[in-house]
Design a protein around this ligand. Sequence first.
Ligand code: HEM
Length: 459
Amino acid sequence: KQHGNQSLPPGPTPIPVLGTPKYMDLSASTKNFPKLSQKYGSVFTIWKMSEPVIVLCGYETVKEALVNHAEQFSERPIIPVMDLSNEGYGLDGRRWRPIRRFTMTSLRNFGMGKMTMEKRVLTESKYLIQAVSETGGKPFNPRMFLAMAVGNIISSVLFGEHFDYQDKQLEELLSSTSRHLCNIVPVLLRFSVIRQKVVKEKLYLQNFVMKYIKHHKETLKPESPRDFIDYYLLKIKEVEHEMDPDFCETSLLVIVIGLLIAGTDTTASTLKFSLVLMAHYPDVQAKVQQEIDKTTNSLRPPEIMDKPQLPYTNAVIHEIQRVLDLAPTTLFHAVTEDIKFRGYTIPKGTTVIPFLSSVLFDPSQWETPEVFNPGHFLDEEGQFRTRLAFMPFSAGKRVCLGENLARMELFLLFSALLQRFTFTLPPGTERQNSKYLNLNKTEIIASGQICAVPRSLSK
Ligand code: HEM
């Protein structure tokens, strides 16, 4: 197809002005994109009105773009909802590079010191276990508890706050962040998002976070930063002599809100899906429990240092993330300059969609792509093996900034819960196969119920 005098990848013919609206409906992308890819190949063009949008399919293609041409594919198109009030500072704004670098380093620093990230997660897992045990084995939807646990972890990291599970503030915060994320991650599209509402939620989040920034400024001790806001405030002081510093209170506010939105519902939904899946696959669950019992001797919750002794558990968590495919079209990318890719020309600024589903289900990469199979991540000796096509966090310069935290949360919370409880389907509910589970993810995450039957820990 000709766009100007350059050759774009092929694709369905756009309707003048409207483009290809059918294919811009991302909630249908898992259905539509494979068909388009079959017809036009692993790189094709769809149209958002009169703007071309390039879709990348399959492990080889996505890797070639995001990893081999990482720099060129590292830009973001402007997402109006996100751009509303961030004044160019957000992680998708013009100034993302230094802010992203700083944020990653500070999150990594929480791996050290008194209150390590692991300790924060382990502390929270106790509250979660308590809340789950109070359901007394009766059917319940664990979604809210999981969101509260994960919300508490990120708020402890960002501003040192732990909320009680009954606290209305936490509930408000969670529903606010979750409605925001729905705009971005189609599998989480449960609520109809009205623009006005988004603006209101944003204001709520702004006021909420501003209160903490104010309090932190008043109580900051430069020699002992307590959390992310403290680190950031110190950085602001360090660069305040600069003419137009990237680090200022506006960018702090934008980043903290961004982290709250990106860091809560993603992990909580993955955990929710994990528990329901375990109820549908009792053999897998029993094997995980056996491995955990053997390693921890039934007494203490699993820790990160146990991971090498828990290859099966680790494989199960990876396989859950693969089949969940939480962000099928990830966040949009854009190219930094005119580039040649696979014989085509993609003009500077063009939106690019790396279609992660097509990587996580790529038949050339997975033995049984459509089937839940922890064996994908195990070698012949039953040891854990990484797979290059495991990209639920995407890849390259824009790979999920919270990947380490998310993986730590998934491992610690999932294994702590399975150590204490056996998750079963409510009486009268039938077990389902991979196909059903694949087709009903949104429903399962939103409203699926399970029972948590306490296990008797021997010794
Ligand atoms: C299971 C949990 C999670 C999944 C599956 C996930 C997945 C993703 C994906 C696919 C992207 C887009 C990458 C791209 O553009 O190619 C992303 C971006 C991002 N994630 Fe996550 N994420 C998770 C948890 C978290 C957590 C816990 C945090 C916060 C601490 C977080 C913070 C972010 C941020 C800030 C970005 C934007 C990065 C940038 O634009 O430079 N995520 N995530």
